[in-house]
Design a protein around this ligand. Structure first.
Ligand SMILES: NC(=O)c1ccc[n+]([C@@H]2O[C@H](COP(=O)([O-])OP(=O)(O)OC[C@H]3O[C@@H](n4cnc5c(N)ncnc54)[C@H](OP(=O)(O)O)[C@@H]3O)[C@@H](O)[C@H]2O)c1
Length: 298
């Protein structure tokens, strides 16, 4: 197989790379993967996308991990966010369809407004409240329209990893710089360790169900198990790392940001678990693994 992974420098792209290049006894070989970043395939440019695929052989699977993920900046860069999260996804879907290949695309819990008191299932009504969520939803919709079969959309939430800037690395840095921190306690969700999501994507690719042709395009939800606020997340990070920093809960109102955040975006994982027999760990367990894997803890 020829499997293309976009976003090679991002959290998920790097996590897939690491598993592919360290797992043994696995039946996916590193030789089957091609990892690209914006240098090779710039999703902000229609011309760059066409050029990349025109000058490379056909792929069997494309995993789209690249995205415009700066939630606050997206409010002022809506056109760019829309190009990367929507129009580029549409173009990728057209190319994948023409190549008779399969597409795995990653989306977000921010397609929901966060007003539900239950975990969202895949068929629940979407209603994004910020520009990032709107562009990601537009990407999902374009993908489904162009590829009614042979694609998978995985919506995930609160992604962190040992790579780059994310909530865990930010808390570890701030916790060591300060004696006290205020963290929002009225936004609820489920964190996702990028390595766990990467493992799920690779499990899906290896599955018989995925390899069958003309399967109706599906949306799946995936995160680690459990539900917490950012405040509880920060407290646990400091507990694991024995960081001596007092954490106090504050409300979203007390911490104004350019983009609105949904209040509660718990996502129900039953569909992906049933379909692919996915086993997933609880958020605390996943967080411990991530912290163990961070090389320089600042
Ligand atoms: N992070 C979260 O909390 C979260 C939550 C829910 C869903 N998701 C979704 O999960 C997926 C993976 O997220 P992540 O956390 O791995 O994101 P990430 O770490 O921000 O990585 C995104 C990658 O996309 C690349 N990218 C941005 N603009 C590009 C362009 N014009 N052309 C090509 N590549 C471009 C970035 O490249 P550079 O490295 O060069 O900037 C980066 O490597 C995304 O679809 C995201 O929307 C993320």
């Amino acid at each position: 197989m020829r499997i293309l992974v976009t976003g090679k420098n991002g959290q998920l792209g790097r996590s897939i790379y690491k598993i592919v290049n360290t797992a043994n006894g696995d039946n996916l070989s590193p030789n089957e993967f091609i990892f690209v970043g914006r240098e090779e395939l710039d999703l902000s440019s229609e011309g760059s996308i066409s050029h990349y695929f025109d000058s490379n052989d056909r792929f069997d699977v494309i995993i789209n991990c690249a995205a415009y993920t700066a939630v606050d900046k997206a409010e002022e860069e809506q056109e760019l966010a829309n190009q990367i999260n929507h129009l580029a996804v549409k173009q990728l879907a057209e190319i994948v369809k023409a190549q008779k290949a399969k597409l795995i695309h990653i989306s977000t819990d921010y397609v929901f407004d966060g007003e539900s008191d239950k975990a969202y299932v895949e068929t629940d009504e979407t209603s994004p409240i910020n520009a990032y969520g709107k562009t990601k939803l537009a990407g999902e919709q374009a993908l489904k329209e162009i590829m009614p079969t042979d694609a998978i959309i995985i919506r995930t939430s609160w992604v962190y990893s040992e790579y780059g800037n994310n909530f865990v690395s930010t808390m570890l840095r701030l916790g060591k710089e300060r004696d006290e921190l205020n963290v929002v306690s009225d936004q609820i969700g489920s964190p996702t360790y990028a390595t766990d999501l990467a493992g799920v994507i690779l499990e899906i690719i290896k599955s018989k169900e995925f390899r069958e042709e003309n399967q109706t395009t599906q949306i799946y939800h995936y995160s680690n198990k459990g539900e917490i606020s950012w405040y509880e997340f920060a407290k646990e990070i400091f507990k694991i790392e024995e960081v001596d920093c007092k954490v106090s809960p504050i409300t979203t109102e007390q911490y104004p940001m350019p983009a609105k955040r949904p209040k509660s975006t718990l996502i129900d994982k039953e569909k992906i678990v049933e379909k692919f027999g996915i086993k997933t760990s609880y958020w605390k367990e996943a967080l411990c693994s991530c912290i163990n894997n961070i090389e320089n803890k600042i």
